[in-house]
Ligand binder design. Structure first.
Ligand SMILES: Nc1ncnc2c1ncn2[C@@H]1O[C@H](COP(=O)(O)OP(=O)(O)OP(=O)(O)O)[C@@H](O)[C@H]1O
Length: 265
C-alpha cells in the first residue's frame, strides 16, 4: 500500500543544510499497522509529511496504492497531536469538515456521509454527543472526534503524528484499544508516530526504529503478540515489556559506555 524507496530529505536551514532523512526503504502492506519510533528530531514527522504528499522528497520515490505521490490525496488522512476542532461547529459538523472542504467521492451523497459520521461517532462511543460543541467535551472525547473526522472519507491510509500524546495515561490506553478496534473493523493501513515505546508495541504489526539524525531505518521489529492488546491487561504486560526492553536498547545504542578496560570490568 505504501512504498518508500531510497527516500531522503534535506532541508535548507539558516546554518546550512540539514539532512533529516537518508536512504529510507520501507514497504507497508495493506491493512498493516506500522509505528515509527526514534529520538526527537530523527525525522518521524517529516516521513509522515512526505507520505502525505505535503512535502516532496529530495531523494528517492514514494508510492501510495501503486501511484507515485505528487501531492495530498483524498484517500490518505492525517491526524495530529491536537484535535484542532473548529470551536463553533458541532461534533458532527466537525466530522463532516473534510467532505465539505474538498468533497467526498462521487458515489456517496452528503446524506450518506452524514449517516457515516453518525456511525463513526457511535463506533468510538460518542453517540448522544453529535450536537455538542468541542468545548463541552474532554480532551479524549475531542481526540475521538478528530479520529472520526480522519475516517469520514474511508481513507486507505491513515497517518497519525503522536495523536494521543496530550492525553492522560488512562485515556491514552483506552484510545489505543479504540484505535485497534477501529482498524480491525475498517481495515485501514496506518502509520503512527509515537514517543511511547510501549504504545508503539501495543499498536503495531511492525515497529520501525529510526536512527538519530539523519533518520535511517535502524531496525524493523515484528510484533507477534495476539490482538486485541492492552496495557491495561496483565496478560500482555510481560510480552509488551520484553519487546519494549529490546527497543529501548536499540534506541539508546549510541549511548553505550565507551568500551574501555575500566568499563569492561
Ligand atoms: N521545514 C523545515 N525546515 C528546516 N528544517 C526542518 C524542517 N522540518 C523539519 N526540519 C528538521 O528536520 C529534522 C527532523 O524533524 P522532524 O520534525 O521530522 O523530527 P521528529 O522525529 O518528528 O521530531 P520530534 O520527535 O521532536 O517530533 C529536525 O532536525 C528538524 O529541525
Amino acid at each position: 500500500m505504501i512504498r518508500l524507496d531510497g527516500v531522503g530529505q534535506v532541508f535548507e536551514g539558516r546554518g546550512g543544510q540539514i539532512q533529516a532523512l537518508e536512504g529510507i526503504d520501507l514497504h507497508v502492506q495493506a491493512n498493516e499497522f506500522v509505528t515509527l519510533i526514534g529520538r526527537s528530531g530523527c525525522g518521524k514527522s517529516t516521513l509522515l509529511r512526505l507520505i502525505a504528499g505535503l512535502l516532496p522528497p529530495t531523494a528517492g520515490g514514494i508510492e501510495v496504492a501503486g501511484e507515485p505521490v505528487t501531492g495530498p490525496r483524498r484517500d490518505v488522512s492525517f491526524m495530529f497531536q491536537r484535535p484542532a476542532l473548529l470551536p463553533w461547529r458541532s461534533v458532527v459538523s466537525n466530522v463532516m469538515l473534510p467532505v465539505e472542504i474538498s468533497g467526498g467521492d462521487s458515489e456517496r451523497s452528503k446524506a450518506q456521509y452524514r449517516d457515516r459520521a453518525h456511525e463513526l461517532l457511535e463506533l468510538v462511543g460518542l453517540n448522544g454527543f453529535e450536537r455538542r460543541l468541542p468545548h463541552e467535551l474532554s480532551g479524549g472525547m475531542q481526540q475521538r472526534v478528530s479520529l472520526c473526522r480522519s475516517l469520514i472519507r474511508s481513507p486507505k491510509v491513515m497517518l497519525m503524528d503522536e495523536p494521543f500524546s496530550a492525553l492522560d495515561a488512562l485515556t491514552r490506553t483506552e484510545m489505543s484499544a479504540e484505535l485497534q478496534r477501529v482498524q480491525m473493523e475498517l481495515a485501514t493501513t496506518i502509520v503512527f508516530v509515537t514517543h511511547s515505546i510501549e504504545e508503539a508495541v501495543v499498536l503495531a504489526d511492525r515497529v520501525v526504529v529510526l536512527t538519530p539524525r539523519p533518520g535511517r531505518v535502524r531496525e524493523i521489529v515484528e510484533i507477534e503478540i495476539p490482538r486485541p492488546r492492552s496495557l491495561g491487561q496483565n496478560a500482555h504486560l510481560t510480552e509488551v515489556a520484553q519487546v519494549s526492553g529490546r527497543l529501548h536498547g536499540l534506541l539508546s545504542e549510541r549511548e553505550r559506555p565507551v568500551d574501555t578496560p575500566e568499563a569492561r570490568r
